[in-house]
Ligand binder design. Structure first.
Ligand SMILES: [Mg+2]
Length: 116
């Protein structure tokens, strides 16, 4: 059975690129454009892992992270952010990984593989 990933990012190019790259690794990837849609798809598809952008309109990735962990304590969550954002605070968050967005996908793929 392929593992299921829910990818939440407000940027369509990120969703497209990451979905394609992760599907090439053999995962089933669901995408959502914001946290609200993410919560709906989380309930509908029961993913094995969530990849969550931090900077999104309305509900931030940090807020969404708390809610995912409340919904399912064992769900691994990887936080994504752009270079230079939030680097000082991230250790206090309950994420399983914190990854800086880059066109090199190897760090993300490695983290996904370790977590599921
Ligand atoms: Mg964003």
């Amino acid at each position: 059975m392929s593992k299921k990933i829910l990818l939440i990012d407000d940027e369509s190019n990120v969703r497209l690129l990451y979905k394609e790259e992760l599907e090439d690794e053999g995962y089933i990837v669901y995408v959502a454009k914001d946290a609200k849609e993410g919560f709906e798809k989380f309930k509908k598809f029961n993913p094995d892992l969530v990849i969550l952008d931090i900077k999104m309109p309305e509900i931030s990735g940090i807020e969404a992270l708390q809610k995912f962990k409340r919904l399912k304590g064992s769900i691994p969550v990887i936080l994504l952010t752009a270079f230079g954002e939030y680097q000082y605070e991230f250790t206090t968050w309950a994420a399983d990984e914190y990854i800086i967005k880059s066109s090199n996908m190897e760090t993300l793929k490695k983290a996904v593989k370790q977590l599921i």
